[in-house]
Structures are given as C-alpha cells and as structure tokens.
Design a protein around this ligand. Structure first.
Ligand code: DON
Length: 571
C-alpha cells in the first residue's frame, strides 16, 4: 500500500490509451478503497466494473455513458446483484444543476394476482416469492440502459456494452469476499437449476480465480447488435419463456415485449439551508423516507448533538420508527396507487408525527401507527456512484433483490433471474425477507412495480455538487444513506469516516435497533438506550456504500465501503 496525498491507495495504475475517440495517452488512474482524483471517479462493488466505467470516462464519455458500461460490467463480474435479469434506479445530476431519474424497476407479470403466494387457506407458501420461477418480476435493466443511452448517451452503445462482453467471454477475476459469497450460494444454484451454471466451481472458488460466462456473453452480444429486441424479443425472450415453463413461472413474451422503463421526477428537499438532497421517487420509498428523516432531524436539532451519542441515536431511531410506519401504509407504485408524496413531506405533518417523541423514552412500536398526511382521507443489491470530468453525476442502485436473486439462471442465456416479487406485500402484515410489512398500496397487481427501498442520493452544498452516494441492504438502505448524510453534514465526519462508522437501523417493526456486531455502538450508549426502553439485535454488516464527495476546490474523492470488495477508480 502506498500513500498519495495522505490517502491510502491500494494501487495506482497507469493506463496508456492508444485507440478510441477522445482517448488520452497520459491518464493515470488512481484505484483503491479511498482515492482522490482531479477529473472523474467511479465507485462500485467490483474493481473491474469501476475500471471499465473509469475508462469510458477517460475516453470522453459522460457519467451516463460510464453508468451504462458499469451497469453491464457489474452484470458480469458482480452476479450477486449486478444484473440484466433485475432492475434498478438511476439518478442523474447534470452540471447545469438539472436532475433526471430513471425507473427501470421490475414489474409484476400480467399473470400475477394479489394472492399469488398464498395457499387455499390464505397462508403464505414459504419460499414461493423468493426461491422459485414465480419470484421473478419482468426484468428492467436492459430497457433502462437503452433508454438512458437514447436520452443522454454520447458514445456508441456498442462501445459501452463491449467491455462487459469481453469480461464475460474472457472471464473476470474473483475477489476475496466474492469467492466466499459464491461458495455459500453453490447449494442454492445446484438445487434450483437443472444444468450446471458457471457460478458453481467444483471444490469451490478462491480469490484470483477466473470466472467465464460464455452464454451470458452471447446474450450481451444479442443486446449489442439488436438493442431492446436482443433481450425482450427473439432468442433471449424465447429462452426466458422456456426457462419459465421449466419451473411454473409466468413471465410471457407479452410481458417482455410490453416492459418499459420510465423517466420520473426525483424528490428533492433542502436540509439545513445549505444542502439540497435529491433522491428517488416512488416506486422507491427511499427518497421520500430519507427526506422525512432529514426534516425530522433538522427540527429535532440533530446537528447540535454529539456523534453516536445516546441523544442522537435515540432521536434518529425514533424518527425511523415513524417513517417506516408511514412507508408500510402509503408507499407503492405511483402508476397504481396515489402516493401522497407532498403530504408525507409536509413540514407540519412531520412535526405532528414527532409529537409523541419522548427524549427520555422509546415509544413502543405497537403505539406507533402510520400518520395521516394532508390530502389523505381517512423490500443483494448494488450501488455505484459516478462523477465525470464535465461535472455530471450519476447515483444508481440496481438489484436482483436477494443475493443472486432467485438463483435461477436462464438456461443457455446465462443470466440470473431476480426474486423481486417478494418486495410486494404478498399478504397484509406478512413480513418480506427484510422484515418489512405493507398493505394495499403495495399489493400485487398485474403490471405493477413492487415498492423499493433503494435510495440513490445526490447532495448539493451551496448549490454545488457535493455528495453522490448509495448502498445495498434491503430495508436498511434508507437508514444507511440517512446516516451517511448526517455523519457528514451534522457531525462533520469525512466521507471515509462517515462510511466506516458503525451503522444502526430501526424500521418500526420489528421493534428493535439493529446494529453491526463487528462494528458496535459505544457500550455506554447501548446501556443508556436500553434504559430508555430500546431493545437491540446484533447482525452482520449493514450496507456497502459506494460514494463520492466533491470538495470546494474541485477534488473528487471516491470512497468504497471497507465492508466489501468495492473499489474506487478515477483520475
Ligand atoms: O428494492 C429493494 O428495496 C430491495 N429489493 C433491495 C434488496 C437489497 O438491497 C438486498 N441487498 N442487501
């Protein structure tokens, strides 16, 4: 390891470009967990995907071009969550201060219905919404990338997908954490596929092995050559439908042909006068929940409290409890249900919601229900952050839902199908795989998008691009992003410190504070929070943040969460 500008850099590599439009022969890439560049940066879950994105930026591509290349690369070298068989959200901030947001979330197949996962007695059939062909929503990623390219891409689409094709056919290098993750998924892959899949290696994977995916390379070539039709029609569509028929799945040719990603207006709010926080609107609950949390924090004076103090943790957790109760009631696909976004972000409403907050005591969750916002009558994922040398930024979170989704690989097409249907409220009050519950607003309907917690965020400070961030983590995504933002804006931590800091999470139900066993909260704080009536539940790590901070003097710092194999790559 060497130190550059006081920052730890695991590798600083020099690349010489000899071909490609706008390429520069003198670009020095900085790569590592925490690196500073002067021009551009990509931070993602896999070193090879970050590099591919950074090379596109160095060729003169913009942040959206790099996002498309990174997304396809992750679909190859980060199969736990990178995907073409899943979906996601992309938030973009242009250098003129305008924003756009792309929803390429999966949709329920048209054959889906409300009680799809219940037996004759109305009971949930275990595993049906998570481990079977029925668990998959209609994939959105390929349409999303084509849509993003059409609107904002500057380099040819084929140049953006080609690095992923090469990575699939030549193979990618397995990282250390990834080897363990793939090995623990082997049993599920073997159980749920009739033919051998490339993700399982006899004797197990080790760091440094090469994983090749020739079927996936052929699918990506069809997408390169035929665009949308290369995935939603022709051979790939036939292979998806054949795969469905092997396991009682219901995705049809029509479902595929009718899938469209949509541009949506992101949600945005001002935090403590200086910061504009912008994130994803429904069908993600992330942006609305994050803004609710920040407004409550501002009112409660979080910025005057001490980092990880009893007072601060108590306030944050009590806000989270109330916000997740609202999420369960009101949030769903805006194309199917009226989500009262304005009401949920109304200042008076949020103050009213915190009236029951007692600085001395935890409010038991069974005494907290959703509120009544004005205008109302009566859940492995991966995130990447990009800043280009033109000042544009992309924050994108993409997922198959569980790690490796349904573990079902489309035979001869080489990609893994999502199990996103479990993000619907499959039965009112029944917790999904992240313990989240929901009701009518997020009930299954044909063609509807399942509610998400994904929270890609872009923060401006004094009108200038400041922070680009996001994380996986199911229900904990929202609270992790919340902690990153307040760790920096309120507690004055550097991005590296903010990302490394211990994380905690409360989601209303279950009524407990989750914390990271390996990165615990200060013990005196835990004891005093216990005295206030909070209970605790230890777990593995929470989230894997990929973030970029732009300093006032224009330095671009990428930080990759120490919790994963994630890596920053920039110049
Ligand atoms: O959209 C959502 O909220 C979930 N499908 C995200 C899943 C996730 O983050 C899993 N990663 N740990």
């Amino acid at each position: 390891m060497e130190k550059i500008n006081g920052l730890i850099v695991t590798a600083a590599l020099i690349f010489l470009f000899t071909a490609g439009c706008g390429s520069r022969a003198d670009i020095v890439f900085v790569e590592g967990k925490e690196v500073t560049g002067s021009s551009a940066m990509v931070v993602s879950a896999h070193p090879q995907a970050s590099r591919i994105g950074a090379e596109i930026l160095a060729m003169g591509g913009n942040a959206v071009d790099a996002a498309i290349a990174t997304e396809f690369a992750l679909a190859v070298c980060y199969p736990a969550a990178g995907n073409i068989g899943g979906g996601g959200f992309m938030l973009i901030r242009f250098n003129d201060g305008n924003y756009d947001a792309l929803d390429y979330r999966e949709k329920a197949p048209y054959g889906a219905f409300r009680d799809l996962y219940l037996d004759e007695d109305g009971e949930v059939v275990r595993g049906l919404s998570t481990t079977t062909h029925l668990s998959s929503g209609v994939p959105g990623t390929v349409d999303g990338m084509i849509n993003a390219h059409k609107k904002y891409g500057t380099l040819p689409f084929s140049d953006l997908i080609q690095p992923a094709i090469d990575l699939a056919s030549n193979g990618f290098i397995v990282e250390r954490g990834q080897a363990a993750s793939l090995n623990s998924a082997a049993r599920a892959f073997n159980a749920r596929n009739s033919n051998p899949v490339p993700f399982v290696k006899q004797g197990g994977w080790s760091e440094g092995d090469t994983l090749r995916q020739p079927d996936l390379a052929r699918t990506l070539i069809r997408i390169r050559d035929k665009g949308r039709e290369g995935f939603y029609g022709g051979k790939t569509a036939d292979l998806i439908v054949e795969e469905m028929s092997r396991g009682n799945g219901i995705i049809t040719h029509d479902d595929l042909a009718l899938y469209r990603s949509v541009w949506r207006e992101p949600v945005s709010g001002i935090y403590r006068e200086r910061y504009r926080v912008t994130s994803m609107s429904p069908p993600s609950s992330g942006g609305v929940a994050l803004l609710q949390l920040l407004k409550k924090s501002e009112d409660a004076g979080l910025y005057g409290m001490e980092f990880l103090s009893v007072e601060a943790i108590h306030m944050m957790v009590e806000a989270e409890r109330r916000v997740y109760a609202d999420r369960a009631k009101y949030l769903g696909d805006p194309d199917f249900t009226d989500v009262p976004v304005e009401g949920l972000l109304n200042r008076d409403y949020l103050r009213e919601r915190m009236e029951s907050f007692d600085p001395q005591r935890a409010t038991p969750s069974d005494m907290v229900s959703h509120g009544f916002p004005p205008g109302i009558e009566s859940e492995e994922t991966t995130h990447y952050s990009i800043v280009d040398n033109y000042g544009n930024a992309v924050a994108a979170t993409t997922t198959l839902n569980g790690g490796y989704g349904s573990n079902i690989v489309v035979d001869r097409a080489g990609f893994i199908l999502n199990n996103e249907m479990d993000d619907f409220a499959i039965k009112p009050g029944h917790p999904n795989m992240f313990g989240l519950i929901g009701g009518e607003a997020n009930a299954i309907e044909p063609g509807k998008r399942m509610l998400s917690s994904m929270t890609p965020v872009i923060v401006e400070r004094d009108g200038e691009l400041y922070l680009v961030a996001g994380t996986p983590g199911g229900s904990t995504i929202i609270t992790t992003v919340y902690q990153i933002v307040v760790n920096m804006t309120d507690f004055g931590l550097t991005l590296g410190e903010a990302v490394a800091a211990p994380r905690f999470h409360h989601q209303w139900l279950p009524d407990q504070i989750s914390y990271e066993r390996g990165n615990p909260l200060p013990s005196d704080a835990v004891e005093r929070l216990g005295q206030k009536g909070h209970s605790f539940s230890g777990r593995g790590s929470i989230g894997r943040v990929d973030a970029i901070v732009v300093s006032a003097d224009g330095d671009i710092k990428g930080v990759a969460d120490p919790r994963g194999d994630n890596r920053a790559s920039g110049y």
